[in-house]
Design a binder for this molecule. Structure first.
Ligand SMILES: NC(=O)c1ccc[n+]([C@@H]2O[C@H](COP(=O)([O-])OP(=O)(O)OC[C@H]3O[C@@H](n4cnc5c(N)ncnc54)[C@H](O)[C@@H]3O)[C@@H](O)[C@H]2O)c1
Length: 405
């Protein structure tokens, strides 16, 4: 067997996993919206590594300078809120599946942008796919669509609240839920869809989760919220992309996966065979790995106090249009249990993590120390200011939305 092509920006672990793994073939022609994002970029790469002949990435943000220049990849710059551009994209002949992954992600965008991109953009993808006879869509969703602020301590998808919720904790979650419901409602035996969500994606080239927390840690101001004993699950970016890729195979008439929502994580490769880890202890490994002082050597911030400060930050944010890292949502999510039982994805999609948590996390810390720290590691504090890489992307996404109108 010839060795698969390997994306040059891959880490050693990603290379090893690609070379040693045995993966089912993927459709020859694939479309990935949001293909220059953290997840989308790796998804484009993994589709090509698994044999796709043509993958079109469609994203408002142009590919980064180190993006894989492979003849099977087209990096197209475009906006999913632009109906005409979406129609042109989906008129590509012989598309086997659309991985709809583009979204306004994180808490930092203007409110109307979330509706425009995450909901209306998704409607554009559905309408245009139907028009052009494309019959498979895999949608990237989020477990936060089901968060109410209560602990999620090892629930399955069926045990979580059903959509729509009466009240969402964030506009991001609300609009991802609207998008997911539209995708699920459109599903039939002829037009097949499925939603797959990760939880807390990490890995090399992450531009949101670790950069923001590491900048706060390096400023010396990050503290453990509450007791610091909350249980959380993580998803290595390759495990998520693997879940998204194999979900396409579960799209066939009368499949149990049709129109459903699945969560994929690092599963039982989390410490001690559990499906969770201790968030603040694991995060502390990265903090120490960046050369900062252990969070456990400092006083914790009581949850009650944080909620009061967060309330005022929310208020000021609304009044002055400022983005605060500390807000009610961040306090709740950083103190609650958030982990899932992924047995449904194992059963219906045949999902198993391809990268073990311990190996993936250790390598991610090394990757950040070697690649991110030298140019980005200037701490900014906990209340205001977001990581440089995050802000740069937000600016492009917001500008494009204004241009499309
Ligand atoms: N990272 C996580 O922990 C996480 C957790 C749950 C769900 N998800 C989901 O996974 C998907 C990928 O997230 P990510 O972490 O890679 O975020 P990301 O921000 O890196 O990627 C999203 C991409 O979508 C693009 N995009 C935004 N608006 C667009 C538009 N109008 N037209 C075209 N492209 C547009 C962005 O430019 C970006 O490259 C998202 O759908 C997100 O909701 C991610």
């Amino acid at each position: 067997m010839p060795e698969p092509p390997i994306a040059p920006p891959s880490s050693n672990l990603q290379r090893k996993t690609t070379i040693n793994g045995k993966y089912a073939p993927v459709p020859p022609v694939c479309i990935v919206t949001g293909g220059t994002g953290f997840v989308g970029c790796r998804l484009v790469e993994m589709l090509v590594e698994r044999g796709a002949k043509k993958v079109i990435s469609f994203d408002v943000v142009p590919p980064p300078p180190d993006a894989w220049k492979h003849p099977n990849i087209e990096w197209r710059v475009g906006d999913i809120t632009d109906k005409k551009a979406v129609d042109e994209l989906l008129s590509t002949p012989q598309v086997g599946c659309v991985w709809h992954n583009a979204a306004a992600v994180g808490p930092y965008h203007p409110r109307d942008l979330y509706f425009k991109v995450n909901y209306e953009g998704t409607l554009n993808i559905i309408d245009s796919a139907k028009k052009h006879g494309i019959n498979k869509i895999v949608f990237s969703s989020s477990p936060s669509t089901r968060f109410t602020g209560e602990d999620v301590d090892g629930l399955t998808e069926d045990e979580m609240p059903k959509l729509p919720l009466g009240r969402y904790m964030q506009t991001y979650a609300e609009t991802k839920a609207l998008g997911e419901m539209a995708i699920s409602n459109a599903c039939t035996n002829e037009f097949m869809t499925v939603a797959v969500a990760p939880h807390q994606v990490y890995g090399p080239r992450d531009n949101l989760f670790l950069p923001n927390l590491m900048e706060a840690a390096l400023s010396g101001k990050l503290r453990i919220f509450g007791s610091g004993e909350n249980r959380i699950c993580f998803t290595h970016v390759d495990n998520y992309c693997h879940g998204l890729i194999i979900a396409e195979k579960a799209l066939y008439p009368n499949s149990p996966a049709l129109g459903k929502f699945y969560i994929v994580t690092d599963g039982t490769t989390h410490p001690e065979g559990n499906q969770y880890l201790n968030f603040w202890r694991i995060l502390d490994e990265a903090v120490i790995g960046m050369g900062a002082k252990s969070l456990w050597s400092k006083a914790h911030l009581p949850k009650g106090l944080l909620l009061v400060v967060a309330f005022f930050c929310d208020l000021m944010g609304k009044m002055f249009g400022v983005t605060f890292k500390l807000n009610t949502f961040s306090v709740i999510v950083l103190t609650m249990h958030r982990w899932f039982d992924i047995s449904a994805a194992e059963k219906d999609l045949g999902f198993k993590p391809i990268i073990d948590f311990r190996e993936g996390w250790d390598e991610t810390i090394v990757w950040f120390r070697e690649n991110w720290l030298p140019t980005n590691g200037v701490g900014k504090g906990m209340l205001a200011g977001i990581a440089k890489s995050t802000q740069a992307k937000i600016d492009i996404q917001d500008k494009s939305a204004k241009m499309v109108g």
